[in-house]
Design a protein around this ligand. Structure first.
Ligand code: AHM
Ligand code: MG
Length: 340
C-alpha cells in the first residue's frame, strides 16, 4: 500500500532537480551538475563536522597526525577545510565563473578553460563559534547567472538578491538537512547516512503567517534603534491582549532561520549603535535566507527596504535584516514607517 510505495520510491535531491529542470526544454542540465557539486561539498562538511568532537583523537578529515591541539586552531581548520572543499568542488563542476566565499577576501574568477555561466556566493561554515560545543552550524549559498557573454566582472555578483536563480542552506544538526529554492517554492531534504543521499522530507515548505517565537541577540539591546526595541518589547509585554512570544536564539543563522521557517516567527539581526549595518553579510547570508523566506511565503526587510532589492556595492557588505513570518515582518515595517 501507500506507505510501502513511499519507502521504495525515494525522491533524491538529484532526481528532484532533474525533474524540475526537465520542465525547461532549453535546459542543458548545467544547473543539476552545479547543484550536485554543492551537495557533495555539504556531504563532505557534514562528515567532517560529525567527527569534529573526535578531532583530537582521530584527527580531522581522517588524518592520523594531529597538530592542532588548541581549540582556536582546530576551529579555524574546519572553516578553512570546508572552504577548500567547496571552492574545489565548484571550480571542478565546470559550471561556475565567479565564486564569493565568506572565507576569502577576494572573489575567485574561474580560469577560462573551466568556466561556466553560474556565480556562486557562499558561507562554507557559518556559526563557527558553535563548533566546539556541538551546536548546529551550516552552509549557506546563493546562485546567480552571469549577465551576458562578456568577460565576467565583480558586477556579475554585485546584483540584487531578487536576481538570484536559486538559494539554499545545509544544516549540520541532529540530522543533516538541505533546504533549497530554485524560485518555485522551498523544499527540504534530509541526508540518509546509510544511502549517502538527500531524500525529500519537507516538500513545499510554507512559513506560518504568524509566529510565536522571536530570535535575536538580546545582549545588544542597549544599542538598538527605536523600532527594534519597540518590537521586542511588544514580544515580551504585548498590550493588545495577545500572549507573549517565546525567545529562541542559537547564534547560528542557519539553525535560527531553519526553525523560523518551520515553526514561524521572526529572526532579527538589527543595526545597532556600534554596528550600523548589523553583522550579517548581504551576499551569502542575508540574500539566500531572504530568498528562501519569500519563496516560503514570508518576508525579509532591512529596516529600509525589501532585503532582496538591496544592491551591494562590495562583496562582503553587511546589512541589518528582519526575516520570517509575513505578519511579524509587516509589524516591523510599520514600526520603521512610523519613525520617519
Ligand atoms: P560567523 O560567520 O562568524 O559564524 O558569524 C555569523 C553568525 C550567524 O550564524 C549568527 O546569526 C550570528 O553570527 C550571531 O551573531 P551574535 O553572536 O552577534 O549574536
Ligand atoms: Mg558567516
Amino acid at each position: 500500500h501507500a506507505a510501502d510505495a513511499h519507502r521504495t520510491d525515494l525522491m533524491t535531491i538529484t532526481r528532484f532537480v532533474l525533474n524540475e529542470q526537465s520542465k525547461y526544454p532549453e535546459s542543458r542540465g548545467d544547473f543539476s551538475i552545479l547543484l550536485s557539486h554543492i551537495v557533495l561539498g555539504c556531504k563532505f562538511v557534514c562528515s567532517v563536522v560529525n567527527k569534529a568532537g573526535l578531532a583530537k583523537i582521530i584527527g580531522l578529515a581522517g588524518e592520523t597526525n594531529v597538530q592542532a591541539s588548541c581549540r582556536g586552531e582546530e576551529q579555524k581548520k574546519l572553516d578553512v577545510l570546508s572552504n577548500e572543499v567547496f571552492v574545489k568542488a565548484l571550480v571542478s563542476s565546470g559550471r561556475t565563473c565567479i565564486l564569493v566565499s565568506e572565507e576569502d577576501e577576494e572573489a575567485t574568477f574561474v580560469e577560462p578553460s573551466r568556466r561556466g555561466r553560474y556565480c556562486v556566493v557562499f558561507d562554507p561554515l557559518d556559526g563557527s563559534s558553535n563548533i566546539d560545543c556541538g551546536v548546529s552550524i551550516g552552509t549557506i549559498f546563493g546562485i546567480y547567472m552571469v549577465k551576458d557573454d562578456h568577460e565576467p566582472t565583480l558586477d556579475d555578483v554585485l546584483q540584487p538578491g531578487k536576481n538570484m536563480l536559486a538559494a539554499g542552506y545545509c544544516m549540520y544538526g541532529s540530522s543533516c538537512t538541505f533546504v533549497l529554492s530554485t524560485g518555485t517554492g522551498v523544499n527540504g531534504f534530509t541526508l540518509d547516512p546509510s544511502l549517502g543521499e538527500f531524500i525529500l522530507t519537507h516538500p513545499n515548505i510554507k512559513i506560518p503567517k504568524k509566529g510565536k517565537i522571536y530570535s535575536v541577540n538580546e545582549g545588544n539591546a542597549k544599542n538598538w534603534d527605536g523600532p527594534t526595541a519597540k518590537y521586542v518589547e511588544k514580544c515580551k509585554f504585548p498590550q493588545d491582549g495577545s500572549s507573549s512570544k517565546s525567545l529562541r536564539y542559537i547564534g547560528s543563522m542557519v539553525a535560527d532561520v531553519h526553525r523560523t521557517l518551520l515553526y514561524g516567527g521572526i529572526f532579527l539581526y538589527p543595526a545597532d549603535k556600534k554596528s550600523p549595518n548589523g553583522k550579517l553579510r548581504v551576499l551569502y547570508e542575508v540574500f539566500p535566507m531572504s530568498f528562501l523566506m519569500e519563496q516560503a511565503g514570508g518576508q525579509a526587510f532591512t529596516g529600509k527596504q525589501r532585503a532582496l532589492d538591496l544592491v551591494p556595492a562590495k562583496i562582503h557588505e553587511r546589512s541589518p535584516v528582519f526575516l520570517g513570518s509575513y505578519d511579524e515582518v509587516e509589524e516591523i515595517k510599520a514600526l520603521y514607517a512610523a519613525e520617519e
